[in-house]
Design a protein. Structure first.
Length: 624
């Protein structure tokens, strides 16, 4: 009864219709995708699956400390959908800096800019008017000639913008050090279940991008170094021979090579004389980011990520000399790429490089990380590992972060914990996970905290968004791992990733893929963890000992099918630990009993959830 009342009060009536064992709730827009056979209930892309794509050629002129960037791009956008597109929606994320735009939080004066200014725009060579005055983070442009299925359109845009003084996900880190992200007008995703992505960027939720090809040219003054998503195409044209050779050597080196040290920066002999244009290229990738500095150190090494081919990946770090933690950042990056490639998810790092930049964002980008500096080296490594884990979610698979944050943040948090067990040991890793990812959710009895994980991220407030997307989601993935066992879990996870690599999976693709590959109908599990307003709260009701056994009666007060350990303490001082997987709640109707064979007299019984922390620990123990 409590569950039904809470469901109604949250306005999420759809979730109360589905009992354990029945099919999952599928929203109307996703139902259309199944009807159109673009997706299937096996979890595989349907026979009619499609997605659009583009080729971007971007040119930037940056002249620090001047924060005005001048830019141009040519886009070839291809409509692979069955629909004729009469308009294109453009994402203009930097307009979140404009005064008066909607945001989820306060903004300082240093955050404010005048946004993106479009200086010229053309379609297939025909110039059109673009009025930037009232632009938000979306701009729908009606096409002169509708774009039919299978056709492409050539777009040309010139624009300029000011980099914000305040550095977060992007902005001016130091006077001559900039981090550029979301800086270019991009054609939004047009997909098979939602159509155009017209969601306003409010500054908190993240992104949803197509897989595109990029060529990037960044023109900067002499002595400035550029780091970017993609592979540097012309190192010999922009770097003095000594430093080009250092970079080349680092590509095959396990040992960290200091390409540019404070002494090198002071001598100003790193780059070629005069202005330089750094050229980069990346294919089948969802976004690009760029860092520029004449005051940052540059370290690099490499690491093997595929034992079959012995393929190496470059790991680089760019940082100011006062950030002591970044002097170890290449080592942290090597460790993370190796561990993720060979352990979990056990998929070889898909790109040629990973660059960790000392900034302020703690934010991931394809082949790039923008991280704060931390005095605690364990925290520095923890943050780096989390951001690198995002390589797989959302970049290897183009999930919709704006709507389903748990599909990327939840997995990055899961991988962060699994690698943390290796880094810290199980006891410290559990404590860290509890403190950083669970305690804030489970200790808050506000009804908003029990909103189901499936609730679209874009309609959630900050604390609820973070709890649903990070901690709660990771607990569900780790409960799945505990329930299926390592072998089946890894097989199912890798199968899901293989199916949706380079595509746009949604939650139902994940649920049905795991069902299909594991060979189990886990709808009861998905329904309880994702579609119901549950929380973790297990209560010991009674303990009875008779003959050669003890029976423990339990109630799942919170409704979440979390695993736990049942710990028995006997009168002789010995103990016994019995692990219970989530399956104990599958057919339990939230009550169950556990019968344990023992000839010893039981003195005490306790529930220990580990990372699955209990909302009411006071009812987790019994004493005789």
């Amino acid at each position: 009864m409590k569950k039904s009342i809470l469901t109604a009060s949250l306005g999420l009536l759809f979730i109360s219709q589905f009992a354990i064992g029945q099919d999952l709730y599928v929203p109307r827009d996703v139902t259309k995708a199944y009807e159109n056979n673009t997706r299937s209930k096996t979890g595989k892309p349907g026979d009619n699956y499609w997605q659009n794509s583009a080729v971007y050629k971007i040119n930037l002129q940056v002249n620090p400390p001047n924060r005005t960037v001048k830019a141009s791009e040519d886009i070839t956008y291809t409509n692979n959908s069955p629909d004729t597109l009469n308009s294109l929606n453009f994402k203009l994320i930097l307009n979140n800096h404009k005064p008066g735009v909607p945001r989820l939080g306060m903004a300082s004066e240093d955050y404010m800019t005048s946004g993106i200014h479009i200086d010229s725009y053309s379609e297939n060579g025909n110039e059109k008017e673009w009025n930037s005055k009232n632009d938000g983070t979306n701009k729908m442009i009606k096409l002169d000639t509708p774009l039919k299925s299978g056709e492409s359109i050539d777009l040309s845009i010139n624009w300029h913008f000011d980099i914000s003084k305040q550095s977060g996900r992007e902005g001016a880190i130091l006077e001559n050090t900039f981090y550029l992200a979301y800086f270019y007008p991009r054609v939004a995703v047009y997909d098979d279940y939602m159509g155009w992505d017209t969601m306003t960027f409010f500054g908190m939720q993240e992104f949803y991008n197509d897989f595109n090809d990029y060529e990037i040219s960044v023109s900067v003054p002499e002595d400035f170094i550029v780091w970017s998503t993609g592979d540097l195409q012309n190192p010999e044209e922009v770097l003095q021979k000594k430093y080009a050779k250092k970079l080349e050597k680092s590509m095959q080196s396990d040992k960290v090579i200091r390409i540019a040290t404070p002494e090198d920066l002071q001598k100003k002999e790193i780059t070629k004389n005069g202005n330089n244009t750094w050229k980069w290229k990346a294919s089948n990738i969802t976004d690009v980011a760029i860092a520029i500095s004449n005051e940052y150190n540059w370290d690099a090494a490499s690491v093997v990520v595929d034992s079959t081919t012995n393929r190496r990946v470059s790991v680089q770090a760019a940082y100011d000399n006062v950030s002591e933690d970044f002097k170890e950042m290449v080592d942290y990056g090597q460790h993370a790429l190796n561990w993720f490639s060979f352990n979990y998810p056990g998929v070889s790092y898909p790109y040629s490089k990973s660059t960790l930049v000392r900034g302020h964002g703690d934010m991931e980008y394809p082949m790039m990380v923008n991280d704060n500096s931390h005095e605690d080296p364990e925290m520095a490594r923890f943050v780096a590992e989390h951001e690198i884990a995002h390589t797989y979610f959302p970049f290897y698979m183009g999930t919709n972060e704006t709507r389903f944050g748990f599909m990327d943040e939840g997995w990055a948090t899961t991988l962060e914990h699994l690698i943390g067990i290796e880094d810290l040991g199980i006891e410290k890793a559990v404590e860290s996970f509890q403190n950083f990812r669970v305690r804030r959710w489970i200790s808050d009895d506000n009804m908003e905290q029990d909103v189901p994980i499936i609730t679209p991220s874009n309609i959630l407030s900050g604390p609820v968004y973070r709890n649903n997307s990070y901690g709660k989601a990771a607990l569900s993935y780790l409960a799945l791992k505990d329930m299926l066992g390592d072998e089946v879990f890894k097989k199912a996870l890798q199968g899901y990733m293989e199916r949706w690599n380079g595509k746009h999976p949604i939650p139902w693709d994940f649920f049905y893929s795991i069902n299909d590959i594991s060979g189990e109908n886990l709808n009861w599990f998905w329904d309880s963890w994702y579609f119901s307003p549950n929380y973790i709260d297990i209560k010991i009701e009674e303990v009875h000992q008779k003959d050669n056994s003890v029976e423990v009666s339990l109630t799942n007060v919170g409704g979440m099918p979390a695993p736990f350990d049942l710990q028995l303490t006997f009168t002789d001082g010995s103990t016994k630990n019995i692990h219970q997987k989530s399956t104990i709640w599958k057919d339990a109707e939230n009550t169950t009993s556990i019968k344990i064979a023992t000839e010893k007299e039981v003195k005490a019984v306790a529930i220990e959830g580990g990372i699955w922390m209990d909302a009411t620990p006071d009812n987790n123990s019994w004493k005789k």
